[in-house]
Ligand binder design. Sequence first.
Ligand code: ADE
Length: 346
Amino acid sequence: MAVERIVDARGSSDDGDMPDEQQKFENTLRPQRLSEYIGQESLKTSLQLAIDAAKQRNEPIDHVLLFGPPGLGKTTLAGVIANEMAANTKKKGEEQKPNFKVASGPGISRPGDLASVLTSLQDGDVLFIDEIHRLSRQVEETLYSAMEDYVIDIMIGKGPAVRSVRLSLPRFTLIGATTRAGALANPLRDRFGLVYRLEYYSEPHIKEIITRSSRILDLTITDEAATMLSSRARLTPRIANRLLKRVRDYAELNNNGKIDVAIAEQSLELLQIDRLGLDIADRSLLRTILDHYGERPVGIKTLAALTGDEASTIEDYYEPYLMQIGFLERTPRGRVVTGRAKKHLG
Ligand code: ADE
């Protein structure tokens, strides 16, 4: 499969702001086919059905919207969908595989940028737009006719000479990813035939991912150590793989590369990652609320001002997991730290 990163994704909250080395590491661990993808069982069942039906009709799969917290595998899944659609697709006796093109919402700033992305596609290609909720209104509106009728109208010329030209597009599949489905305009959301929410993984699934990654990286890890890491990875594959990488470094320097539970424990302690996988930033967010507000609600803007983070960083990165484990609640009057969190912090 040809993978082309066509639009610079700087400023992205997902893969885009990742250093190259980190990106490379993740890419080696990404599953390529649905059968290798661990977890998200009901999503996979529904997706497999949609893929099989589209292939039987010899059509591209419907546009797909993936939403959910960062690190759960939206980009990975988009690549898997492209691979599944590419598998066994032969046109006119030739091997011709669809391309997987990756763009990001903030990277496509003008309708002209979108036009050049769309016109570079071929029949059956998959275009992945990460952080699709960050597209400008103008670009979003250009996307409507592209998704629905495979045409776009672009304006050519300036002033009184301006005219609109209609371009027809190949039959492509758009896969949009967002951390917040609520931030998407209704007309855009309605144009996706398949909408999936990625859920946090179970600990056994995270353990399977750690075991799989260890196998790919040729690491020696005990079952107990894999269990331990899986309990501290915030139910998130990206975090699980990052922890594994850190623990590998520590094990290489201290235990001839062998990862056992004592080595795992020591390296997590060094990283200040606690029993539930919370790091310094998570604990500091909870402590800030408790120090200033106790168990009373605090508004997101006030909280952002207190911690010095962007409100969207708190909403997208910190809150989802803290809410998942019952440490933080969102009420109409603001965020509230729970008694459980208080007990954990001591
Ligand atoms: N690596 C990251 N996410 C994964 C998943 N869901 N299954 C297998 N490996 C993964």
